[in-house]
Design a binder for this molecule. Sequence first.
Ligand code: AMP
Ligand code: GLY
Length: 420
Amino acid sequence: MKALVVGSGGREHALAWGISRSPNLSKLFIAPGNGGTDRLGENVSIPADDVTALLEFAGKESVDLTVIGPEAPLVEGVVDRFREAGRACFGPAQAAARLEGSKVFAKMFMKRHGIPTADFEVFDNADAACAYVREKGAPLVIKADGLAAGKGVFVAESVQDAESAIDEIMVRKAFGESGRTLLIEERLVGREVSVHAICSVERAVMFPPAQDHKRVYDGDKGPNTGGMGAYAPVPFVTATQHEEIFESIIMKTLKGMRRDGTPYTGVLYAGLMMTDSGPKVLEFNVRFGDPETQVLLPMLDGDLLDLLTEAAEGRIPKDVRFYGDRCAATVVMASDGYPGLYEKGAVISGLADTLDDNRVVFHAGTVLDGDKVITSGGRVLAVTAWGPSLSEAIGHAYEGVDRIRFDGAFYRKDIGRKVL
Ligand code: AMP
Ligand code: GLY
């Protein structure tokens, strides 16, 4: 089989790595890929959001399965375009991708189908939103409706913070059209967990829960990032809670999507808050998490290419298994300044002697320059390791981090520490 992975981050390197292990793979393309994916297949210089060029390429190369990494092409309808052309593409159709594309859509959907989530109100007028905030009082969470590259959410501790978030989203239009409508939510308290399920209309298989580390500095300090590290499974999610998440969130979502005439196929990634009154959905994503994917794929005891192909074709193999005795951890190495401004072009050394049977380095912001690997992004690498316990996985990942050098490198030193 020929496969095409679309995107250029650590998530896409992990997807390419998983797919490249399949005995059924004959050729792998990554568009546009990065300095790491280049070793697993052929990087093709097509941007992830150029749907027309991707479709043309898949046709020319007779690609059997295309796997979309980032949300933007999904929300733009890439899967519909591939399906119309008779090509298999793993991901939700445009109508179903609204679960991530519009937070208001997702909240209304959850309310309609009784899926547990924070109470909320919707506003398309800043004065009315501010009046509501003054009446309710803090804390509250203010969210721009549309895609905002992870920056459109404000957890406001005071009425004044809430009003300035409304001003930023709606009056100063910091997120453009994504802020025409906003949500004001009750603030949930608890521990956050990322849940991923491979879905195919009626069926789903759920990965072990993972935990991301969103803030840039140790101790969950500093601004939010795309994610600075992750581990799986999450020890504080019990087997009963796991079952509850599967039934009351994943399966209920699939059923609701079918009822609404927008059946869901692809990966469903629910960001959850484990509250005193049970797991509640913070948000839905219609793509794999980054860096969650880097820890979830090493947990899969099976053929990723087969799994994604079957799901894209409407089937899910019944015997999907995860390594029950394996834990995985990933530590993101970033460029100094991220998530703000940072330098590019630093030479990375030590990559080769970091690899072993239980450790792999997924590249994110890297490019090749001759035989050198150089930095080209904020999140540069995700050093990933696994072992029989979380502490061994985490220790092995950090041992890998210690071997890698580039100017301006920084990373969190406390990935997973809270649960050790
Ligand atoms: P979202 O993009 O909606 O997941 O929000 C980003 C982050 O904001 C989440 O990972 C949470 O840390 C926080 N957050 C979002 N909604 C809420 C909420 N209702 N209560 C508390 N924290 C929230
Ligand atoms: N790690 C968070 C995300 O992928 O959205």
